[in-house]
Structure formats: C-alpha cells, structure tokens
Design a protein around this ligand. Sequence first.
Ligand SMILES: [Ca+2]
Length: 282
Amino acid sequence: MRPAVWMMMTVLAVTLGGTAQAQTRIFRDDFNGSAGSSPTQWVVETHYQGRGKFGQAGWVTGAGAMDVSVGRYNPEVPGTLRQTSLRTVQTFQPSPGRVLDFRIRARVWGQDQRGIVTAFFLYSQGQRNGAFRSDEADIEWLTNAAANRSDDSILISTWHNWNRDDPHFGVDQHPQFGTQISRLEPAGFDIGGWQTYTIRWGNGVLEFFADQPNGQWRYIGGYYGGQVPTHPMHLFVNAWAPDSSWPQAFDASLQPTSNAAQQAWHGMSVDWIEVVDRAAPN
Ligand SMILES: [Ca+2]
C-alpha cells in the first residue's frame, strides 16, 4: 500500500476575465511512495517495442519522483533492452464544453545518450470503420534532438482513426489511413531541467504547452478540427529505444548487454502527473 498516492477531487474556482471557471483535478500521482508504481492507478505494460521489451515498473525513488527508463541489461530477456511503459487504469475523454489538461513535471536525463525516446501520451485502439485503428496524442522527448544542446526540441503528434494495419505517416484525414501528423517543435529550454508540460484535449482542439518560469503557459503547438482524437484514451508514460526504422530517433551507440554488471539506465524522472478538467477557453 502506498499512502502517498493521491486521487484527489479538488474543486477550485478561478476568476478569468470576470467569469468563474470551475476546474476539477480528476487524477494526480505525486510518486511519493517508496516502491514501484502504484497498481491502483497504473498498469505496467510488457510487450516488445523497438529494440526492447517493456516490463520494468516505474521506480519511485524515495525522493518524490519516479524513474521511467531504459536499461541496457534485461534480466527477463538478456541481450534485449529493458523498457518502461505505464498506462493509467482509467480512460479519459473530454465532456462537451470542457477540456482536459494532462500535465507532467519531468526531467529527461542522459541527454548525452542518443537513441532514447521518453513520452507522455494518450492512446486507444479498436476495430472501427473497417480497420484496426488508433487514436493518440503525444509529447515525445528524443535524446537525438537534445544531446549536447541547450535549445532542445520536443516532438508533438496527433493520431486519429489511424489504420494500424496499413500504416502511413504524415497523412491528414485520409479515408483509409486516417490521420498521423508529427512536428518537432523548439522547446526553448533544456529538457534536462525540471519542466512542466501540458497536453490539452477538447472537442476539436489538441494543444501543447510548457510552463514558463513566470507561471504562464507557453504554446508549443496544436491540432484542430478533424485531426483531433475523439475516442476515450488511457494516459501513458514510457521510455524505449526505437530501431533503425525510425532513423530520427535510433542510435547505434546504445547497445544492450547480457552482463548484469554492466547495467545502465537512461530515461527521465517524473515528479508528478495530473489531469485537470476545466471549461473550454473561449
Ligand atoms: Ca513528486
């Protein structure tokens, strides 16, 4: 039992432009426990992806943060990278007239190690419109886009009714292939420092923000209208290593080991994750 897992229903009233907008925190984890990720809120995924296999539970460090990382040694499958992926037990979907703000405070480590992707994203899949399709909304931090730099970029993307059995990338509302659009956007800061990011999802709106030092949110980018996911989605946080089929994210310098003594971890620390339901901005 982790006493420090918070599922708070906090109703706050803020005044914006003279109108009161109620906002409700519908999910929160501060990762203040002493063991692995909480099974009451998170499911640990175990499938293969890219150059490794998921199965590592997010490790709560005792310092109030959770490590989400890739290990070079995998005790389950030696010679394959050990990866971490967690998804929420619950699904989320914005109500009419509302938006959901999915927020994470995180610090990407090992920017010197290329070939790692850490991500905060929403995802669902299912059979619909005659194909196996997925909805998704992502923030991804590619160490290839951050190594030895202080003006890092982050990858944002939207997926709507994307056809997983006939995968095409960079398509917009195609009747067969669906939508998948990704953009590498300048973050304007070092992702290796503690930063807070937001995915805002509402009806026909998907926007990405980063908190600024003055507390205001800076708009990173967005997608609108028919590009925006509509199906209920789980929230995920993960760390993995793509293979050479994703050349922008792959790096051959990252190699697994079969020697447990050579274990090394690359990924990010997560201070907290929360979801806030609020009135859609005008
Ligand atoms: Ca924390």
